[in-house]
Write a protein that binds this ligand. Structure first.
Ligand code: F6P
Length: 348
């Protein structure tokens, strides 16, 4: 009889509970027991676990967030935490681990695998910035939320003849801004991958207004950087246990600059954690479910040190080493599709 542990780490997103439900269901089909680890790696350090039964997973498929809780705890900040984690793996007699998380959580998983822990990763993040997979679950839901916000901003921008700046998440990759900008018909999209020029942005907006359109929508990724300073805006300099600062503030700064230069009323909106809340889209529910079932299959076949990944239509195993060591940034072929619709696009 196998006993496997499952944890959710890092920023939460819709779809986590769909993965947990699939892991528990598929494991029970194999006659295995599943131990839910509370609050990500923190729970394995502190020995906070709960046996997951059919009752726990009943009705959680459409529920956002994670029934296990999550944290941004990094065990490798303190050797005592690593020792405690390894001790608890033995204490709970876990035959394997399934770690559901982004680059930070899976980076810890890779280190533990190299120390001999049998584990499998599941790629989660609204940022879609994990190499090795075409999509992370959580991303489609975030793009849908942002697209809805852009649609709503259109009507108020048009009524007031205003420029609206929408700041979105994504950390140091501009996937959310790019895909929602295309879906929502944004008039400019600023992403970390392309340091922006304020003059060029204003020239683009002015060119659009000169055609008679007296309103515009600009989507800016929280990690976007100006060409001159190459410095992103932060809410504070405090860093989390993986060294990340809290990004934020570019939207407000841009709105002020645009209004000053163009003399057009400009407002900003920061969507923040709304992009991480609520029920997953159907796409994310299906992707998360497939990831959970296939992760259990990898455990069954002993393919450890792997992450389930979407390649085209297929779910395939990829080495964690390949996935978590480099950021997946926006494909310029897709960004150039967005440029088609800018009045005066900046040429590469
Ligand atoms: O990685 C997901 C994410 O939402 C990023 O897009 C964002 O910058 C960060 O997490 C916010 O972290 P927290 O929820 O800890 O404020």
């Amino acid at each position: 009889m196998k006993k496997i542990g499952v944890l959710t780490g890092g920023g939460d997103c819709p779809g986590l509970n769909a993965v947990i439900r699939a892991v528990v269901k598929k494991s029970h089909r194999n006659g295995w027991e599943v131990l839910g680890i509370i609050d990500g790696w923190k729970g394995l350090i502190e020995g906070q676990v709960m046996t997951l039964t059919e009752t726990h997973i009943s009705g959680i498929l459409p529920k956002g967030g994670t029934i296990l809780g999550t944290s941004r705890t990094n065990p490798f900040k303190d050797q005592k935490h690593v020792d405690a984690l390894l001790d608890n793996m033995k204490k709970f007699k876990l035959d394997a681990l399934i770690a559901i998380g982004g680059e930070d959580t899976l980076g810890v998983a890779l280190k533990l695998y190299k120390m001999g822990i049998p584990l499998v990763g599941v790629p989660k993040t609204i940022d879609n910035d994990i190499s090795g997979t075409d999509y992370t679950f959580g991303f489609d839901t975030a793009v849908s939320i942002v697209t809805d916000a852009i649609d709503r901003l259109h009507t108020t921008a048009e009524s007031h003849h205003r420029i609206m700046v929408l700041e979105v998440m994504g950390r140091h990759a501009g996937w959310i801004a790019t895909m929602s900008g295309i879906a929502g018909g944004a008039d400019d999209i600023l992403i970390p991958e392309i340091p922006f020029d304020l003059d060029a942005l204003c020239a683009n907006l002015k060119a659009r207004h000169d055609t008679g359109k007296k309103f515009s929508i600009v989507v800016v990724s929280e990690g976007a950087i100006p060409k001159d300073t190459k410095q992103f805006e932060t809410v504070s300099q405090e860093k989390d246990e993986f060294g990340h600062v809290r990004l934020g503030g570019i939207g407000q700064r841009l709105a002020k600059e645009i209004e000053k230069r163009l003399g057009v009323e400009t407002r900003f909106t920061v969507l923040g954690h709304v992009q991480r809340g609520g029920s997953p889209t159907a796409y994310d529910r299906v992707l998360a479910t497939r990831y959970g079932v296939e992760a259990v299959e990898l455990v069954k076949s002993g393919q450890f040190g792997k992450m389930v990944a979407l390649r085209g239509y297929e779910i395939v195993p990829v080495d964690l080493n390949e996935s978590v060591t480099k950021l997946r940034i926006v494909d310029m072929k897709i960004y150039n599709i967005a440029r088609t619709f800018f009045a005066k696009p900046v040429e590469d």
